[in-house]
Design a binder for this molecule. Structure first.
Ligand code: ADP
Ligand code: MG
Length: 892
């Protein structure tokens, strides 16, 4: 018999699992060994050797190697070996950079891997989906992605979207009924769910019958190796820039060689110098360093509790101009506690904090006995009955399993001695319509011991008012006319203005002939009973984060399904709502077109009573206004807005798989303040990339120009090829990496967001590169000429001086690259990596100059002490000349 033909008890028997407690750890271990991890096999990745070899496939490197070979054949062994050594070291560095980039991307995938709720050793726990084994019992609900193939054991209005497997985009209704017949098409297996499909509604429990490649998905796994494009806009732009730079560098090199030959230089020497120059001047390592900088930044962001799912988001983050954030759970703590209960114009206060189920009920400051207060008892009972959360006690601590709003209602009932377990014994839940943010209600159909059925509904009070026709008023049922409606509304507003989240409770008895097939049939003609008001305190750090965002030119918009007045009260506490700021309700939003919304959206700071569908409209309107929008969300219905936003953000704790998959950033702690940190990091990463681009290119410009000018002036070569290569490897490479790890400048979060279309050389970077590079070239040449004319016979000494001046000029200039404004803005010892890189570069240079065995290889001679004065003086000029002129300009 196949799985779908069996009854659920038969399934459990044949897969050998206990339905009440699941598998034991020992059994799980055995099965993991037998079946392996629940993973699809991935396409093979390139091996280390291939990555290493690919470092040398660069055209100019190949030319250099060929040139080296020629010089080797011509008997220049030392030169040849030294050049090859440098090329290999360069390749090894590139290899490690690339490996590092790849590894950290791998690690990211792991971090955002889906989790599942599984029953093991008698307890529900969360594990990674890849740890599932056949026989595991798994619980899932709307928004989850199914982790393995399962036979269903229990379903509640369960609907699954299986398009990944069947191509059918309409959700399929699922049940637990056995299906007859051996051969049934995948689309008709309504008592099973499959790996990779999505729960769009309801909830269910299933037992795993297939994992890994043994699933329906596994059979078509080859088709699914869809690699996501991870290239960021900047990387793409740099690639284009790289191509231009190659052409420019080559052209200049040819020019240098050409002029050199015309001026009477030896062709062979000029060729080797030209190729070395081209290798040095072409920033072929730039894309790799950018990737490393991005992925190191991503790792820093993980430490600050945000996971980047799509690398381009790192850049876009720095451009964000509006953050649209959920209120509940993101700006607030999502630790709800019922403090007020209202019914029939009476208000009871409830004491106690958190999920600790002990507290008192007070009326007019007098303690009341709930057992003697029928209304109170009803509100609490129904609130706990129409519920999907539970409070778990262990060692005196109380923990919530489920939705905090639900949890608060369970706890308030427990404070009156009403336990969910006892209720579940007395009332059988025969049907359930789970909460969703569009209906803003949840309902259950229950049957009591004597077989009477009734509907219990809880949800947003204004919505419940609309579907109630009667009201319990001081234990008497009355028609819900406008008089009572007015009183209820007044009560709602009074609770909401105290920043309380309000939930109303209602019910209706059913006749035995009544049939309830949909939430719509359940949620009408209800009897309204009363309200529970719960606090949900703001997260303490959010107020400061909102302020920092405002200083950074980023507007914060609160979006919530909660009541307008509650939303407004919390927005005021957090300083989100300015005096002239508008609050808009979902109703109003529905009536506006995107174009109409666009004209006013800049004035709106709070959107209340919205449905997830509204979020898309908000994103579009803001984008039409030219904003770069970050949008948070957690539910299935939030996914379209998350996708449409420039930066889609999902919640690590409460977020559904659907929302996470749609997002480019996941907040591990669901916290608004984390968005701010991520934006700050995003800005910093971008600025750091600019810093090393600036440094590398200015250095390259300097290297080319010193050679070019020397040729034009009919001078000998100021640098020999191996020196040029050395500078490229040591002086350019190490400090550039260190710049990638630089701390943010003090005013980073006081600048306006960067324009997304901004080019690499925007904000004066191009000028800085050319002017500093030009000066570096000039001073190197000047130092060379001074020493060369002093003693024209000692060319090698003059070349050593030029070499040292070039290195020192770059190492001083690197400190200037740390600031957009001026070198004097920053403490030079702030970046210890940079200090380390500079010191090691200097030491390595000293070794090359003063260590006798290396001198013939690098064509160096020991520099006299007095000439260091010349070198240092010259090399300080490029940085301080322009820094000084900038200062005078500022004071003028
Ligand atoms: P948000 O998450 O932005 O606060 P929701 O869409 O979750 O908004 O909730 C909207 C309203 O629905 C709430 O103000 C509350 O009245 C009601 N509500 C929230 N959670 C539940 C729930 N689990 N069951 C019933 N009603 C709920
Ligand atoms: Mg919610």
């Amino acid at each position: 018999m196949k799985w779908h033909e069996m009854r659920s008890d038969e399934v459990m028997d044949s897969i050998n699992t206990d339905g009440d407690s699941g598998l034991t750890s020992k059994e799980v271990q055995k099965r993991t060994q037998k079946f392996g991890l629940n993973e699809l096999k991935e396409a093979d990745r390139p091996s280390a050797i291939i990555i290493f070899l690919s470092q040398f496939k660069d055209f100019m490197v190949l030319v250099l190697l060929a040139a080296t070979l020629i010089s080797g054949l011509l008997g220049e062994y030392i030169d040849a070996i030294a050049i090859i050594a440098i090329v290999v070291v360069n390749g090894v560095l590139g290899f490690f950079q690339e490996r590092k980039a790849e590894r950290s991307l791998e690690a990211l995938k792991e971090l955002s891997a889906p989790q599942v709720n599984v029953l093991r050793n008698g307890q529900w726990e969360k594990i990674l989906s890849k740890e599932l084994v056949p026989g595991d019992i798994v619980k899932f609900s709307s928004g989850d992605r199914i982790g393995a193939d399962m036979r269903l054991l229990d379903t509640k209005s369960l609907e699954v979207e299986e398009s990944a497997l069947t191509g059918e985009s309409l959700p399929v209704q699922k049940s637990t009924q056995p299906i007859a017949g051996e051969e049934v098409g995948l689309g008709d297996l309504t008592n099973m769910v499959f790996m990779g499909t999505l729960i769009t509604r309801g909830s269910g429990i299933g037992v795993v019958i297939g994992t890994g490649m043994n699933t329906a998905m596994g059979q078509i796994a080859d088709l699914l190796q869809n690699a996501e494009t991870m290239e960021t806009p900047l990387q793409r732009r740099l690639e284009q820039l790289g191509k231009i730079l190659i052409v420019v560098a080559l052209a200049l090199t040819v020019l240098v060689v050409g002029i050199g030959v015309i001026q009477g230089h030896d062709l062979y020497n000029m060729f080797l110098a030209g190729v070395s120059l081209a290798v040095a001047a072409i920033p072929e390592g730039l894309p790799a360093i950018v990737t490393v900088a991005l992925s190191l930044g991503v790792q820093r962001m993980i430490k600050q509790k945000s996971i980047v799912r799509k690398l381009p988001a790192v850049e876009t983050l720095g451009c964000a101009s509006v953050i649209c954030s959920d209120k509940t759970g993101t700006m607030t703590q999502n630790k709800m506690t019922v403090t007020h209960i209202w019914s029939g114009d009476k208000v009871w206060n409830v004491s106690g904090t958190g999920y600790h189920p002990h507290g008192e009920f007070l009326y007019d400051d007098q303690q009341v006995d709930v057992n003697n207060t029928r209304t109170l008892q009803q509100i609490l009972t129904f609130g706990s009955l129409c519920n999907s959360a539970s409070i778990i006690e262990s060692e005196g601590q109380y923990r919530l399993d489920g939705d905090p709003t639900d949890g608060a209602l369970v706890v308030s009932a427990m404070k009156a001695g009403i336990k969910r377990e006892t209720l579940q014994k007395n009332f059988e839940v025969v049907d359930e319509f789970p909460f969703d943010s569009t209906r803003k209600m949840m309902s259950v159909v229950v049957k009591d011991k004597s077989g009477n059925r009734f509907v219990v509904t809880k949800g947003a009070p204004d919505v419940l008012l609309g579907v109630s026709s009667n009201i319990l008023w001081n234990e008497r049922q009355e028609v819900l006319n406008s008089k009572y409606e007015g009183k209820v509304k007044h009560a709602i507003e009074s609770l909401a203005s105290q920043a309380l989240r309000t939930i109303a409770v209602a019910f209706k008895p059913l006749k035995s002939t009544d049939k309830i097939n949909s939430s719509f049939e359940a949620e009408k003609d209800l009897v309204f009973i009363g309200l529970q008001g719960m606090i949900d305190p703001p997260r303490p750090e959010v107020k400061q984060a909102v302020k920092e965002c405002r200083d950074a030119g980023i507007k914060t918009v609160m979006i919530t399904g909660d009541h307008v007045i509650t939303a407004k009260a919390i927005a005021k506490q957090l300083n989100i709502l300015p005096h002239n700021g508008k609050v808009m309700e979902g109703k109003e939003l529905s009536n506006l077109s995107v174009d109409e919304l666009e004209t006013i959206v800049d004035d709106v700071y709070v959107f209340a009573r919205v449905s997830p569908e509204h979020k898309l409209k908000i994103v579009k309107a803001l984008q039409n206004r030219g904003h770069i929008v970050a949008m948070t969300g957690d539910g299935v219905n939030d996914a379209p807005a998350i996708k449409a936003a420039d930066i889609g953000i999902s919640m690590g704790i409460t977020g559904t798989d659907v929302a996470k998959e749609a997002s480019s950033l996941v907040l591990v702690d669901d916290n608004f303040a984390t968005i701010k940190s991520a934006i700050k990091e995003g800005r910093n990463i971008y600025e750091n990339i600019r810093k090393f681009i600036r440094y590398l290119l200015a250095s390259n410009v300097g290297e080319i120009l010193v050679m070019l000018f020397a040729m034009i002036l009919a001078l000998p070569l100021p640098l020999v090829p191996i020196q040029i290569l050395w500078v490229n490897l040591v002086t350019d490479g190490l400090p550039a990496m260190a710049l990638g790890l630089d701390q943010p400048e003090g005013d980073l979060m006081r600048r306006k967001p960067r324009h997304p279309k901004e080019g690499v050389f925007a904000r004066g970077l191009g000028w800085k590169v050319i002017s500093r590079g030009f000066l570096i070239g000039i001073v190197t040449l000047a130092a060379f000429m001074i020493v060369y004319y002093r003693n024209p016979d000692d060319l090698a000494y003059a070349q050593t001086i030029a070499f040292a001046t070039l290195v020192m000029a770059q190492l001083i200039h690197v400190f200037d690259c740390r600031s957009e404004k001026s070198i004097f803005e920053r403490n030079p010892f702030g970046n210890l990596y940079l200090i380390g890189a500079v010191i090691s570069s200097i030491l390595l240079m000293m070794v090359v100059i003063y260590y006798p065995p290396l001198q013939p290889i690098f064509h160096t001679l020991p520099i006299l002490a007095r000439d260091w004065l010349l070198i240092l003086g010259m090399s300080a000029i490029p940085t301080f000349l322009l820094a000084g002129s900038l200062l005078t300009r500022k004071s003028a």
